[in-house]
Write a protein that binds this ligand. Sequence first.
Ligand SMILES: Cc1ncc(COP(=O)(O)O)c(C=O)c1O
Length: 422
Amino acid sequence: VTVPPAIQPALQSLASHYLIPDSLERPGDDPIFALHAEAQRRARAGESILNATLGALMEDDGRLAVMTSVFEAFAKVPPERAAAYAPIAGEPKFLAAVVRDLFGSSGLAPHAIAVATPGGTGALHHAIVNFLEPGQSLLTTSYYWSPYQILAEHTRRGVETFPMFDAAGRFDLGAFERALRANLARQRRALILLNSPCHNPTGYSFDAAEWRGLVAVVRSAIRESSQRPPVALLVDHAYARFGAEGSDSWVREIEQLCGEALVLVAWTASKAFTQYGARIGALVAVHPDPEARRRIASALSYSCRGTWSNCNHLGMLAITEMLDDPSLRQRARAERQRLRELLGERVRAFNAAAERAGLRHPRYEGGFFVTVFTRDGEATARSLRERGVYVVPLQGAVRVALCSTPAAEVPRLVSALAEGVR
Ligand SMILES: Cc1ncc(COP(=O)(O)O)c(C=O)c1O
């Protein structure tokens, strides 16, 4: 239908009649998906396109990597269980399995409660609405997954950041400490979001010393204030199962926070079980006091009812089997190990080629993405697009999805990046 120009203004005013002011100018398209669509259009038209935009792990032949054992677990779920509503907070066996998956024999496990969420996104939502007042801001690193901002704005909260890296390219502990103290002085409560191991978009994983340092910063910020302000530290665990050996050392370090700060984890099956579409996740909260745990569990369950009611029952039951059944767990581990090696080969190829080309990027030991620093991210990404290479522009960097770039394509990727940065 072509709308005559004469009545277009009237139609626009109708939209503003119905939408509340906050909703009137919402961007409807995700910029990463828009770039991905453009890359696909050009590829279909016959151009040689290297698409390093999307955050899903692809086989070298361009098909989505999947774990067949997970589909077998789906097929085994009895229909009459799958079709029924899940409990609002999630299946108790699923929640216990998630806690075991995260904490194993750590002393954190007995102090943890959890609720089921649609992926890590749902877990982030519940953390934001329950541990920050409207008008307050969560605190995270200067590079962060952009939906943090959408989740915060959508729930009438904000995002505050601190420089992620110091001059030596390590986590900027000093900047974190200053930002946390300023945030607490203003809000008298804090919610910190840290995405490690395998940070999106930089690929950075904190090492044990960095975790130790940031735990000490959180403890001293709480202890040195006479009011002992409530601080929640959320570990965004989205890509953690693709971290290098030893990258789960954060669990040991974070035990020191138990009882001082609220420890939260956004757990998800999206990447760990290559089930992006199943929307299976959980928000885990750790507190040593049973009454505090009861209240937190109730608040989170209430938020489930007030948003999505209950999550995907079929997926939850299947993932519970994947986590609990020894033979399925073993198969999942083996299938994931193959995918970790596929990614590892790309990471090694990237690190070697990037060093030869003189690219500047954070320490990169595993994970779906890395960022390459550049003066002007938009200009660099534009220059790459002219060569048929798609990456995501950021402020002062571009994000490169090695998860969707075969090792054989890394030389083309790195030479386009070197040219684009120049
Ligand atoms: C940093 C980060 N956190 C959380 C998520 C949440 O993913 P999902 O909701 O699929 O679990 C993603 C997904 O891309 C992510 O990149």
